[in-house]
Design a binder for this molecule. Structure first.
Ligand SMILES: *[C@@H]1O[C@H](CO)[C@@H](O)[C@H](O)[C@H]1NC(C)=O
Ligand SMILES: *[C@@H]1O[C@H](CO)[C@@H](O)[C@H](O)[C@H]1NC(C)=O
Ligand SMILES: *[C@@H]1O[C@H](CO)[C@@H](O)[C@H](O)[C@H]1NC(C)=O
Length: 557
């Protein structure tokens, strides 16, 4: 808006009047800019119309505006046409490029009417402004560069060079504008995509569109344009890694979580929702053993795993998004079944020799035992033991085979048989074991001589004894068995004064009962000394080589 006009402006306003000769009624033209201060002089009508200023009051000069408010009046004292009310061109002549106020200056005595046309020229008193100051645009990321989009245009009620002249767009790598001129000369801007959008990189773009008019100085208005990039299914689901390897303990309960797969898709909405499935590469057996949750990607145990049957499962999982043109990604998963110490070691007696003779030689092999364990690693390593206090030892003969050998001399008379417990133990934690007991019987060998409880017997016999009287029961003992133990008692012959002992005494060979065969006369014979032998029935019998010690019992009467 123009303030009080300075003298120079007043000159610039300077009247421009045209007398149209052709018409009977001449029209006087003036031109002023809009927005002049109230009281500002427009022209001197008296001078311009050739009237005597002194007569204006008397002739009651007045001004009438045709079909308009009284924006102007005339000063009867000076003949000046002046502004009564500020004139806004835009409200007076909306949407018009030229704007005129028509009026009549009337004087009486005689009555004359002068036609005056006042042109109101535009000043740049309005800034461009956008009909909508925020524009939201949805643009698919699949849109090709070069595509155009209409945005809000700016309007400026001013006319000519004071109206919208150009547009500017804030700095952007993706958008530019192209300024178009409408049929009515108005300027508007098309938004043009200059580079492909990528929602996954930048989901929205904030742009500022500025409209500038051509006034001096120019004025401007802005609108913000928010571009929302619409997703297209241009990203496939991806797994963090191409392949995974996990271990799971055999015998894990059904339903145990083995692995959590996770594929991510950079798109949004259903374009990023993923469904998991096994690929054809995944064997039936694997699919029967493991369950894949299509929604969560969790792999769980479906059937009990047995390390001894199957140790490695390979699978390939496909993640497919739910976009219209769905995309997919895949990964491989190797599941290793870990051994658990779930198998008892086994032992098997391959041969066992029983009974054996008690005089068996040291180092003789009595038994062959094989051991095994289906587990692997430490769980499958086994050790075989027998109790420590036995006269045997184990000797490893080959992988998984042991021999039981005699390590100390055996004596049936001390230990007639051995219950040998073989215990096989694996090295798992906790260890598992198995045992088997065999009984080893010893066969007797005639290795014990019969023994009398005493080495010397003195038997008192009354003289005049009855012939055949029992003198004594002699009994020796032999710890051997059977015939090695069956004893025979005999009197060792020794001549006494041409008399054979067997003529004087007899002994029952089976029970050792000693009888007198005749009556003794104390006066003739006071004492007899002889030997009795106990002999076992072994083969060879034992007795002769112990004559000096116990076999012969001198019996004194
Ligand atoms: C999958 O990975 C994404 C991104 O790393 C993460 O936000 C999400 O929680 C993961 N989902 C599961 C189930 O682990
Ligand atoms: C042998 O095995 C049985 C059960 O199999 C067990 O009760 C016993 O204690 C074991 N004996 C030894 C000596 O390990
Ligand atoms: C024993 O008998 C033999 C002959 O038979 C005889 O010569 C000897 O004198 C006898 N001795 C005694 C002690 O009677």
């Amino acid at each position: 808006v123009m303030k009080n006009p300075t003298p120079s402006q007043y000159v610039w306003i300077s009247l421009l009047f045209v007398v149209v000769l052709k018409c009977a009624t001449a029209v006087t033209h003036y031109s002023i800019p809009e927005e002049m201060e109230e009281g500002s002089a427009v022209a001197n009508l008296a001078a311009d119309l050739g009237l005597d200023v002194k007569t204006l009051v008397e002739r009651r000069m007045r001004l009438e505006l045709i079909a308009n408010r009284k924006y102007l009046d005339v000063n009867r004292e000076t003949g000046e046409l002046y502004v009564v009310e500020r004139i806004d061109r835009e409200s007076l002549c909306p949407a018009k490029t030229s704007c005129f106020l028509k009026m009549e200056a009337i004087i009486e005595n005689p009555k004359r009417i002068f036609y005056i046309e006042l042109e109101i020229t535009d000043i740049n008193d309005n800034a461009p402004h956008f009909r909508r100051d925020t524009v939201d645009l949805d643009i698919s990321e699949a849109t090709q560069p070069g595509e155009r989009f209409s945005v809000s245009n700016a309007v400026d009620p001013d006319v000519g060079s004071n109206s919208v002249k150009t547009y500017h767009l804030s700095e952007s790598d993706y958008f530019t504008i192209e300024i178009q001129t409408g049929r009515d000369g108005s300027k508007f801007a098309d938004l043009i995509l200059k580079k492909g959008l990528n929602r996954e990189e930048q989901a929205s773009h904030h742009l500022i569109l500025t409209a500038t008019d051509g006034g001096m100085p120019s004025r401007s208005g802005t609108a913000s344009i928010i571009v929302h990039v619409l997703d297209t299914n241009d990203n496939a689901p991806t797994f963090e890694r191409e392949s995974y390897q996990v271990s799971i303990l055999e015998n894990s309960p059904i339903g145990s979580l083995v692995f959590q797969l996770n594929a991510t898709d950079l798109d949004e909405g259903s374009n990023s929702e993923v469904i998991y499935s096994f690929s054809l590469y995944t064997s039936e057996k694997t699919q029967e053993t493991f369950h894949l949750n299509p929604v969560t990607g969790e792999i769980t145990v479906k059937e009990v795993l047995n390390y001894e049957h199957f140790r490695v499962y390979d699978m390939e999982v496909i993640a497919t998004d739910k976009g219209t043109k769905s995309l997919s990604g895949q990964c491989k998963l190797k599941i290793l079944v870990e051994d658990m110490n779930d198998n008892h070691p086994e032992l098997s007696i391959k041969s066992f020799q029983s009974p054996v003779s008690e005089d068996i030689k040291l180092d003789t092999v009595i038994a062959v035992v094989s051991v095994s364990d289906k587990d692997s690693g430490e769980n499958g390593i086994v050790d075989l033991h027998i109790p420590d206090d036995m006269p045997f030892k184990l000797r490893k003969s080959s992988d998984n085979y042991y021999e039981l050998v005699v390590s100390e001399a055996l004596d049936r008379e001390k230990v007639p048989e051995y219950d040998i417990t073989f215990t096989v133990t694996d090295r798992g934690s906790p260890p598992l074991s198995d045992n088997e007991t065999m009984t080893l019987e010893l066969l007797d060998v005639n290795d014990n001589v019969p023994q009398f409880p005493k080495s010397f017997y003195t038997i008192r016999v009354m003289e005049n004894n009855a012939p055949g009287a029992l003198l004594e029961s002699l009994s020796a003992f032999d710890p051997d068995l059977h015939e090695n133990q069956y004893l025979v008692y005999v009197i060792i012959e020794k001549e006494i004064a041409n008399t054979s002992m067997s003529m004087l005494f007899s002994i029952n060979p089976e029970d050792g009962k000693l009888h007198a065969l005749k009556t003794f006369d104390y006066e003739i014979e006071k004492e007899f000394l002889f030997h009795i032998e106990a002999r076992d029935s072994g083969s060879p019998p034992l007795s002769s080589n112990v004559i000096q010690t116990a076999r012969r019992q001198p019996v004194r009467f």
